[in-house]
Design a protein around this ligand. Sequence first.
Ligand SMILES: Nc1ncnc2c1ncn2[C@@H]1O[C@H](COP(=O)(O)OP(=O)(O)OP(=O)(O)O)[C@@H](O)[C@H]1O
Ligand SMILES: [Mg+2]
Length: 215
Amino acid sequence: MRNGCFITFEGSDGCGKSTQAKLLAEYLTSMDYEVVLTREPGGTPLAENIRQVILTPTAETLHPMTEILLYAASRAQHVEELIKPALAAGKVVICDRFIDSSLAYQGYGLGRDLQMVSEINLAAVGAVLPDLTIVIDITVEEALERAISRSGQIQDRIESRDLQFHQRVRQGFLELAKDNPRMKVLEASGKSIEQIHSEVINQVQPVISSNKANF
Ligand SMILES: Nc1ncnc2c1ncn2[C@@H]1O[C@H](COP(=O)(O)OP(=O)(O)OP(=O)(O)O)[C@@H](O)[C@H]1O
Ligand SMILES: [Mg+2]
């Protein structure tokens, strides 16, 4: 039986997920909630090892089906080892990317069968789905510019895909949100980090309040 609250951040590379996830974690901690801030792929040592396999560029091609299964494997481990126990202990779990990233990147981005990607990932997470998913939406150009300016170069094998790929991913997140009441799109182009943070809090507050009996 779940008690806690599960919040995920989604959106294109560089849209501000990690920035907002951290700010939300700090805010909720200051409000005396017990918070676990985690990320995907990764979140546990074993899942972080899988992350390295996925993201480190090598001479060998990472085939789409391998990519789908590695993300799902990393997610299954993360859910069982970290997310489920934290929710059962009544904590707020904030996760930087989760199942919707697989649907947007491998489904919409790579053009793999969405139903298949969805089924594999639903099997990986079991019944553990977010109470709230915030999709941070900015233009692909803006997102990539930011991601690149962090390091001065394209960072990993996923970021280095072409612009059309990232456009499909962005549209994918928006499509997913249309059919899914747990997903809220936050229009973030041109907005400051602080402004987006306060909009995030506005989205989070009712969800946390409706779970209040559990805290
Ligand atoms: N609203 C904003 N306005 C301007 N810059 C921002 C804003 N939000 C985040 N940034 C900056 O953009 C860069 C990318 O942000 P962040 O790392 O949070 O994105 P991300 O979505 O986690 O990226 P990735 O998908 O690559 O992990 C950082 O340098 C961050 O400081
Ligand atoms: Mg990030």
